[in-house]
Write a protein that binds this ligand. Structure first.
Ligand SMILES: *Cc1c(COP(=O)(O)O)cnc(C)c1O
Length: 252
């Protein structure tokens, strides 16, 4: 394997100068707000539906953590783009796609949307067969209880999954934290505290005490990342505030 790809960055798709300027400005604006609240918070740039050249604009200023929602799109981008990108899978995770995700994205850094023991087994087993790197896992919690949202609803199910990840049967996954997508209503409510984020913080407390963890929290998107950081988020996932609006779902 070649050791460096950055010296030959011209082989990667490049943005126009004006698009690059716009993206860097947007990213730096968000990063400044994030760091003003907590310099340790990780900012994941969510690039779904956006071209590889947009990713390269931020890559060229040193950004490495990018989030994607669709396995096919992620596989294609990971093949096309530099291998030192740390990809976060943040989309709805289907059992049937775990194997591809594990096998076809060699530099998959984290899967943030793990919501069942079965999917953990599939991710792990596919990686073991390929002898790939360890994948960081965030267990998704359905804090709002909305039907259309994925995530664990019962602490007991989540603990069963934790026990599997900690066991000798699971060598290729590492539990790093909890993740949630707060409800839109809660994000817009103007409550002093976002109850969905508060709930995730409570689950973390229980688990940290019981298992002596210090779990990360992935919570906060364009509309609510500042609130999320105030409530203890360690990882915010920001898309439209960096890359601009996406086409509505129905058009995709
Ligand atoms: C799309 C998406 C984001 C980014 O959303 P924005 O509102 O555009 O910042 C963050 N997290 C998840 C899980 C997403 O699907």
């Amino acid at each position: 394997m070649s050791s460096s790809s950055s010296s030959s960055s011209l082989i990667f798709p490049q943005p126009t100068e004006s698009r690059a300027t716009e993206l860097v400005q947007n990213y730096n604006n968000v990063l400044a707000k994030v760091h003003a609240l907590n310099p340790k918070t990780r900012l994941v740039a969510v690039s779904k539906f956006k071209p590889a050249s947009d990713i390269m604009a931020l890559y060229s200023i040193g950004v490495r953590h990018f989030g994607e929602n669709y396995v096919q799109e992620l596989v294609a981008k990971s093949e096309e783009l530099p291998k030192d990108i740390c990809w976060h899978f943040i989309g709805g995770l289907q059992s049937g796609k775990c194997k591809d995700l594990s096998n076809k994205v060699s530099n998959l850094w984290a899967v943030e949307t793990v919501d069942s023991l079965k999917k953990c087994r599939q991710l792990n087993n596919a990686r073991e067969r390929k002898e790939g790197e360890v994948i960081n896992v965030y267990l998704q919690v359905n804090t709002s209880g909305e039907e259309q949202k994925s995530g664990f609803l019962q602490m007991s199910d989540l603990e069963e999954t934790i026990k599997y990840i900690q066991s000798d049967d699971c060598k290729k996954l590492e539990l790093v934290g909890l993740m949630t997508i707060g409800s839109i209503a809660e994000s817009k409510s103007g409550h002093e505290e976002n109850y969905d984020f508060k709930k995730l913080v409570e689950w973390k407390k229980v688990l940290d005490e019981k298992y002596h963890f210090d779990l990360e929290l992935s919570m906060g998107m364009s509309n609510d990342y500042e609130q999320a950081i105030k409530q203890g988020s360690s990882c915010v996932r920001v898309g439209s505030s960096i890359f601009g609006a996406r086409p509505p779902k129905s058009e995709k």
